[in-house]
Structure formats: C-alpha cells, structure tokens
Design a protein around this ligand. Structure first.
Ligand code: NAP
Ligand code: MG
Length: 472
C-alpha cells in the first residue's frame, strides 16, 4: 500500500491545484505511514466538472453495461482483499481479522449486490396510464467518515453508479489510503473517465467545497450530527437532495425471559468491535432489576477478554481508536460517567497497561447508569458500554426511545413474538432480534437525529433516482 501523491480525477491520477498535504498516521504506533494531497476548492471544482461531463454518457449507458462495470469493480476489490485489510488496519487500527472479515469482505459483498441490482432493477414502471421512468439524480457529492472507511465509500458510490449517477468522493482525512485503493479498483474496472472522482482533503476545506458546490445534485454524508446538520441546512437552502447517516446511541434490550449470558456476551462484543467506533453499536444495555447484578458481572467478565493490543497481531481483539482526538474524547466521556455517579466495573479513563504509545482506550463497562446521564445520551464512539436497569417493559421502552437518536438496536426474548412486538415500538431504523445477523441488503438508516435516507440494497439504490412520469 503506497500512497498516491495525486488525486483520481477524470480517469487518471493528477496533481492537486494546491501544495498542502495530509499525513496519514498509524494509530497503533503513531508513525506516519503515508502522505496524500489535501484537496482545494479548485480540485473539487475540477472533479465536479469531470463528473458533470461524464454524467450524460453514464446515465445513458444501458443498466446491463453499468452492471458489468460494477461486477468488474467487485472483482477488482476482491483481488485486493488482503491489501484492503492491511491498509484499514494500518490507518484505522482495526484488528486484522476484523479488517478482513468486515472492512474488506463487507464492501466487496455490497459492490456485488449493486452489480446484481443494476441488472435487475425496474428502471421503468407502469402506473395506470403513465410510464414512470426512474432516472439518475445527477452528480453526487459523497463525504465519508473513517470508521468503516471502505464500506461507507462503497455504500454510496456503488448504488450511485448503479443508478447512472456520477460521483465525487471526499473521504475522511484519517483514512485516505483505502479510498485511493478504491479509486485504483475503479480504474481497473474500466469505468469511463469522470464517472468516479476522488478528492482527498480535510472536511472544512474540500468537504465544505463539495457540499456547497452548486453543480452537485445530491450530497450524501456520513459522520457526526454536528457536521450533518450544517450540510443538511445548506442543501435545503440550495434545494438539492441530501442523505445524512449520523450518530446513534442504540439500545440492547434484554427482556426478562431472554438468554442473559448470550445477550450480554454478544452485546459487549457488538460495542467493542472496531474499538466501539460503530454508529449502530448497542451502547446501552437494558436489563430488568431481577437479573441486573448478574448482567453486570457477565459484562465485566466479557470485557476482561478484550485486552488492548497491536491490531497487526492476529490475537488482538481490541485495537486503538483512530486518532488522539478520539482517544481524548472517549476518555473524557469515561471521566464524565464517573463524575456523574455511574459505577465503573471494567476499564476506566487512563491508558491501558503497557499501551502508552498509540491511541488506546481501556474497554470500559459502566453499571448504575441512569437515562439522563451524559454517557446514556451522547454518542461516545469508543469501547464503552452503559448498563441501565428497567422496572417493566414500558419503562424499558421509554428508556430505549429516550435519546435524540434512532439508528439500530437489539431485542432479546425467549419468545420471538414478544421480541418483535417490542421492536415494533422502537423508534429506530434497524433491530436485531435475538442476535439476528447483519443483512447487507436490508435498508440501513436513522429515525430522529440519526439521519435522513437509507443505504444498502434496493432502498439504497432508490436514493440516487428520481422519477419522471409520462402520461399516455
Ligand atoms: P466528521 O467531522 O463529521 O467527519 C465525517 C466526514 O465529514 C469526514 O470526511 C470529514 O472530513 C467531513 N467533514 C468535516 N467537516 C466538514 C464540513 N464542514 N463540511 C463538509 N465535510 C466535513 O466526524 P469526525 O470529526 O471524524 O468524528 C466526530 C464524531 O462524529 C465521532 O466521535 C462520532 O461520534 C461521530 N461519527 C459518526 C460516524 C457515523 O458513522 N455515523 C462516523 C464518524 C464519526 P475530515 O475527515 O477531514 O474531518
Ligand atoms: Mg472531523
């Protein structure tokens, strides 16, 4: 994995209009592993012009041919699977096994799903005396975060290309190397020049220029609620489409009859995966009073198995967080939890033993958390679990729905119907019943302040289309 010193614009690697650069740092040892250009508004403008010029041709390309290019893209990514995993481990700090199984294999699967959907989707339908055409929205500005860096790129770019849109991508400054690998795969897949363009850079400059560009028809953003709110407001002012995939504070609701051991173990694993840097993580465990103490003990025992270690070591289950700012932010939340009276049963605010170098955080479990505490309300984005006690099902529902977010969640019960009935009352975009598996074809997205719009599968494709009705 060698960093490109150019940006992928209009079908080739080209120098930036500016001279600023971004150093990419390995969060496990704080060493610089690459340098990429920090794109300027002029670079963004050049990329948008290339995407605009390529749009009519790509939009008119038959879906079967778009599908063939996406199949080639899937294959190019699959051929680079190990390189993708090594790169994400190096720039994000995810353990290597997780990088292979999730950071590489998930986007490969999603790219494959859009190759199939491009071929099978009904881009025309009949409604009474009308023929409804589903046409691509136009030029897409995609702004992605660092936590699932390739997945979040593919979850935007693949459906956009399947729909017939062209794209300018501004990936997170912390993880530009896997974005460059993606651009290399696009090139290998033979997509026409300008259909996909990459501008590496920092949010307030390149990201801001892309979100505000008047020739971008749709902005798709994943990241913090603070930035998403601003992008949404600007898009509203400009009357352009916007998709926002923001934060979460999802509840893991363990109903009284559930298999407590499994629910707690899977729940802790869900939060500690990717060092807690998952927008859909079930960061609040809700347990009834009778089994509360047992659940706390189980969670503390589960947490003890997550010893922070070098993510390149195959035995490590928990790597560092992405950068020093995130480390300080997460440790700050842990201090806040203690200050507000929650009880630490695992972890704490200091550095893990022997891990003073690298952006490591101790895997932390809080008991006696009450719903109004900061650590029960705000997205921490680190390996921190809060365990809350509920009185009865109504209380559990109130607590589960009692945040500004609504992205994901879990319900456990020995009676599946009871779990489903509870899930229907949750204000959230996804619920896993008794540990149901992640489905890369199911719509993913938020209720409330977790966002606007859906990604993945056919619902994700529809985001990049608008309709034209012909009456006969
Ligand atoms: P962020 O600033 O929202 O970053 C997301 C993306 O937006 C990055 O590409 C970023 O560029 C870009 N960006 C930043 N400011 C922008 C602006 N003014 N205009 C346009 N684009 C802009 O998130 P973060 O700072 O990396 O993380 C902060 C917190 O956000 C986390 O602690 C977590 O709570 C939350 N978060 C949520 C998700 C999620 O999946 N929902 C993902 C990441 C973070 P830069 O990389 O240069 O900043
Ligand atoms: Mg940022």
């Amino acid at each position: 994995m060698k960093a490109h010193d150019g940006m992928y614009l209009d079908g080739d690697w080209r120098p930036s209009a500016g001279t600023e650069t971004i150093e990419v740092v390995n969060p496990a040892d704080e060493q610089v592993i690459g340098v990429v250009p920090a794109g300027t508004p002029a670079d963004v403008d050049a990329a948008v012009r290339a995407a605009r010029a390529a749009f009519p041709g790509w939009a008119a390309t038959p879906p079967a041919e778009r599908a063939a290019r996406l199949t080639a893209l899937r294959d190019a990514l699959a051929a680079r699977r190990d390189e993708i995993a090594d790169t994400v481990t190096a720039e994000l700090g995810a353990p290597l096994g997780f990088s292979r199984a999730v950071h590489a294999d998930l986007p490969i699967a999603v790219a494959g799903s859009y190759a199939e959907l491009a071929a099978s989707y009904a881009f025309e339908e009949k409604v009474g005396n009308s023929t409804v055409l589903h046409e691509p929205v136009g030029v897409v500005g995609a702004i992605t975060p660092w936590n699932y860096p390739l997945h979040q790129i593919v979850a935007k770019v693949a459906p956009a290309l399947a729909a017939g849109c062209t794209v300018v991508l501004k990936p997170a400054e912390d993880t530009p190397l896997v974005a460059q690998l993606f651009a290399a795969a696009v090139h290998e897949a033979g997509l026409p020049a300008g259909v996909f363009n990459l501008v590496t850079g920092v949010g307030p400059v390149a990201g801001q220029a892309l979100a505000a560009h008047e020739d971008v028809d749709l902005v798709s953003f994943t990241g913090s609620t603070a930035v998403g709110r601003r992008i949404g407001a600007a898009a509203g002012g400009a009357v352009k489409r916007v998709a926002l995939e923001l934060g979460g504070k999802s509840a893991n609701v363990i109903l009284p009859g559930a298999d407590l051991t499994r629910a707690v173990k899977v729940g802790v694993a869900n939060v500690f995966a990717n060092s807690g840097q998952t927008c859909s993580a079930w960061t609040r465990i809700l347990v009834d009073a009778d089994r509360y103490d047992e659940a706390v003990e189980l969670a503390a025992a589960a947490a003890a198995k997550y010893v922070p270690g070098d993510p390149r070591d195959e035995t490590s289950r928990l790597g560092p967080v992405v950068n020093a700012r995130q480390r300080d932010r997460v440790r700050g939340y842990i201090e806040r939890g203690v200050a507000e009276g929650a009880r630490l049963v695992a972890g704490g605010p200091g550095a893990p033993e022997g891990r003073e170098t690298g952006y490591y955080v101790r895997p932390t479990v809080f008991a006696d958390v009450t719903p109004e505490m900061t650590i029960a309300q705000e997205e921490i984005f680190g390996p921190v679990v809060a365990i809350l006690k509920y009185r009865d099902e109504e209380d559990a529902l109130r607590i589960a729905n009692g945040t500004v977010y609504g992205l994901a969640g879990a319900v456990w019960s020995d009676d599946e119907e009871e779990a489903v009935a509870f899930a229907r009352r949750l204000d959230t975009g996804q619920v896993d019943i008794n540990g149901g598996r992640f489905n890369p074809l199911a719509p993913f997205g938020g209720y409330k302040q977790s966002g606007v719009g859906r990604e993945l599968g056919v619902h994700g494709l529809a985001e990049y289309l608008h309709t034209k009705s012909l009456q006969f």
